[in-house]
Design a protein around this ligand. Structure first.
Ligand code: BGP
Length: 480
């Protein structure tokens, strides 16, 4: 139990979050086409592929396993899983729609009915259990055809394909989905362009121009989706979705403080500034100049971006980041995806992600001060190895402690005046890790019997945290 009790707003959206590619499996069923996650191998080597130049998006079964192909088989087991979410008391469930179920190659003119019907079944099942769906339109799931034949988001044509896809699903599910978001963790492309921007950099020095041109296309695409959403479902809310990791200066040396500010603005603020304020921020002009970036902006783009801004800001929060202008190699953090130096005040998860609940309170305050829009934490959680006891139970007190501290930080931020809509912890059911492809990096309240080699029954069972979170929701966050 936390020492203090918090008051969360009436109607607070408690739930859990997932992505199609990490849970569904059925990668070639129902006429689905290949997407980026389908060609990413499993194992710790995946992270290097994501961060280093040169990936070719080819499948090589002799060399690798592809854990997303089966994932946790939500494609066939969604009814059982949704019943478990309902038992926990979920008000909302965040899922993504796999673009390649709807447009297998991305560039067709007509959608695939099998794919559309699958999500009808899933959404109906959620609604029958009084769970509101929260849908991510694009979660690291670009069709491989668009990657190989168009160069991913470098291509302007992809904007049209995405707009068509967004319009199809907005129309089809207009009576079923009230909460939407455009691109998952849009700013992740700055460190891992493969998943978010749909291309791999071939040479490090060539990354700037294509990266920011691709971003411009995504901003236009995002505005078109926001416009379509507001027209098709006027009562719905549509948000952007960013990774937020507050950047601390390593010490009070003004050079380090300035460096931390620059990193904070580029990584945390750039994408949100465009999608929330509707314009490129002033600081980016100098960055563009220094990196020889010249955007190809078509007539009407900037007006479109200005006019169709998002209704709320969704974000993932896993860690903070500590920065120093000149860092020695031995000072670098091992795990934090965005880099930085180790913070002597913080412990890290088994995967080296620094655990910082106060950083969540800081993030909520910074975001709300800057944008004055409702905030929605759509990912947070502890990736950890679980042990199954002889009686089949999983006593994941470490996960409960992590979540309790973060929910308490949310409670503090609400007292600070922040407008927070909801909380959907990541991987509410164990799933395939995005960065490593492992099953053993578990986040769930629900255990799934499957290991890193793909063995297991896929049976589901309730962890200790399942009952704890059930109580949190039941008391609207009063009992932590
Ligand atoms: C975010 C992604 C998710 C997810 C999560 C945890 O970056 O939006 O897809 O997987 O992080 O990361 P990981 O799976 O690498 O532990």
């Amino acid at each position: 139990m936390a020492d203090k009790s918090y008051t969360f707003p009436e109607g607070f959206l408690w739930g859990g979050a997932t992505a199609a590619n990490q849970i569904e499996g059925g990668f070639n069923e129902g006429n689905k086409g290949l997407n980026i996650a389908d060609v990413l191998p499993g194992g710790k080597g995946r992270l290097n592929i994501l961060k280093e130049p040169g990936f070719n998006f080819e499948v090589d079964h002799d060399k690798y396993d592809y854990p997303n192909h089966e994932a946790i088989d939500f494609y066939h087991r969604y009814k059982e899983d949704i019943a478990l979410f309902a038992e926990m008391g979920f008000k909302v469930f965040r899922l993504s729609i796999a673009w390649t179920r709807i447009f297998p190659n991305g560039d067709e003119t007509e959608p695939n009915e099998d794919g559309l019907a699958f999500y009808d079944r899933v959404l109906d099942e959620l609604l029958q259990h009084n769970i509101e769906p929260v849908v991510t339109i694009s979660h690291y799931e670009m069709p491989v055809n668009l990657v190989k034949n168009y160069g991913g988001w470098r291509s302007r044509e992809v904007v049209t394909f995405f707009e068509r896809y967004a319009q199809v699903i907005l129309n089809r599910y207009k009576n079923k989905v009230k909460y939407w978001m455009t691109f998952n963790e849009i700013n992740s492309g700055l460190v891992m362009p493969i998943m978010g921007l749909g291309f791999s950099i071939q040479k490090e020095e060539d990354k700037y121009q294509p990266t920011f041109q691709a971003y411009h296309h995504q901003f236009v695409a995002s505005s078109l989706a926001v416009k379509a959403c507001h027209e098709i479902i006027p009562e719905a809310l549509i948000g952007c979705m960013i990774i937020y990791a507050p950047v601390y200066a390593y010490d009070s040396n003004p050079e380090n403080v300035m460096h931390a500010l620059q990193e904070e603005r580029l990584f945390n603020n750039f994408c949100a500034d465009v999608q929330v304020r509707g314009e490129y921020p002033a600081f980016i002009n100098r960055y563009f100049k220094e990196h020889n970036i010249e955007l190809d902006i078509k007539a009407g783009d900037l007006e479109l971006i200005k006019e169709h801004t998002v209704d709320y800001i969704a974000f993932s929060y896993y860690m903070s980041r500590t920065e120093k202008e000149a860092k020695l190699p031995e000072e670098q953090t091992q795990g934090n995806i965005m880099g930085g130096v180790s913070n002597p005040f913080l412990k890290a998860s088994d995967w080296g992600w620094e655990i910082d609940p106060t950083g969540l309170r800081i993030s909520l305050n910074e975001l709300y001060d800057r944008y004055r829009k409702p905030l929605f934490i759509v990912e947070n959680g502890l990736g950890a190895k679980d042990t199954i006891e002889e009686d089949g139970s999983v006593n994941d007190d470490y996960r409960i402690d992590y979540l309790r501290d973060h929910i308490a930080a949310m409670g503090e931020a609400i007292e600070d005046g922040v407008d927070l809509m909801g909380y959907t912890p990541w991987g509410c059911i164990d799933l395939v890790s995005a960065s490593t492809g492992e099953m053993s990096k578990r986040y769930g309240f629900i255990y799934v019997d499957k290991d890193d080699e793909g063995n297991g029954t896929l049976d589901r069972s309730r962890k200790k945290s399942f009952y704890w979170y059930q109580q949190v929701i039941k008391t609207n966050g009063k009992e932590l």
